[in-house]
Design a protein around this ligand. Structure first.
Ligand code: ATP
Length: 203
């Protein structure tokens, strides 16, 4: 039995945050009655070494804009302050020490779920959290064989497809397109003011 809050952990490079992220976080919050969803921008996303375009300070500022006014959404900057790669298990270890009674729910899209057995200390991670997984790009939630063979707690999120990715947003920005329909007006305004993603970027 849990005695404390149920906290959703939502990590990503958020380069930039887009409406797919917001829809996923809302669905997790509402479907699982989470007390909060913590957005955790990665400092050095080890999965995207050399491919992150915007500085951590800009990605943090954009997440703040993306979740402004959203109930139950919290920005947690700890991974951008940590030296070295951003490993989710380190954040989970921190939170277990900070909030010992909390239940932790790790919110991911199918691409991340499929790659989970490549994550640092992934077995410790899946033992510590419940996974909340959304389908993505036409792919329903499905674990990699290594994960399927290990008992783990998983909930499938009932999220209608949201066909957007940060890669597509960066490409649209480089092409000079209007970004509001992909990221919302506040993040689109920030990208324009800061001149982010003007040059074509690596996929
Ligand atoms: P990039 O295109 O740069 O790889 P991204 O759009 O995948 O970026 P991330 O910041 O890497 O964005 O994603 C953070 C989390 O949000 C991941 O778990 C990812 O699977 C999930 N996610 C992102 N976009 C969607 C979407 N459209 N539908 C469902 N899940 C999504």
């Amino acid at each position: 039995m849990t005695t404390g809050p149920t906290i959703g952990l939502f990590g990503g490079s958020f380069d930039p945050p887009h409406l797919g992220h917001v829809a996923l976080a809302r669905q997790a919050r509402d479907q699982l009655a989470l007390d909060e969803v913590r957005w955790l921008p990665a400092g050095e996303p080890w999965q995207k070494a050399g491919r992150v375009v915007a500085a951590a300070a800009d990605r943090v500022a954009m997440v703040a804009l993306a979740i402004a006014g959203e109930h139950g959404m919290v920005l947690d900057e700890r991974e951008t302050r940590r030296a070295g790669p951003s490993y989710t298990i380190d954040t989970v270890d921190d939170l277990r020490a900070e909030c010992p009674g909390a239940a932790l729910v790790l919110v991911v899209g199918q691409d991340q779920y499929a790659g989970l057995p490549t994550w640092h200390r992934w077995r410790d991670l899946v033992d510590a959290v419940t996974l909340a997984v959304a389908g993505r790009a036409g792919e329903a939630p499905r674990p990699a064989p290594e994960l399927a063979a290990r008992p783990h707690r998983v909930v499938v999120l009932d999220l209608p497809p949201v066909p957007v990715s940060s890669t597509a947003v960066r490409a649209a920005a480089a092409a000079g397109a209007d970004l509001q329909a992909l990221v919302g007006p506040a993040v689109a305004g920030y990208i324009a003011r800061r001149g982010l993603y003007r040059a074509p970027s690596p996929a």
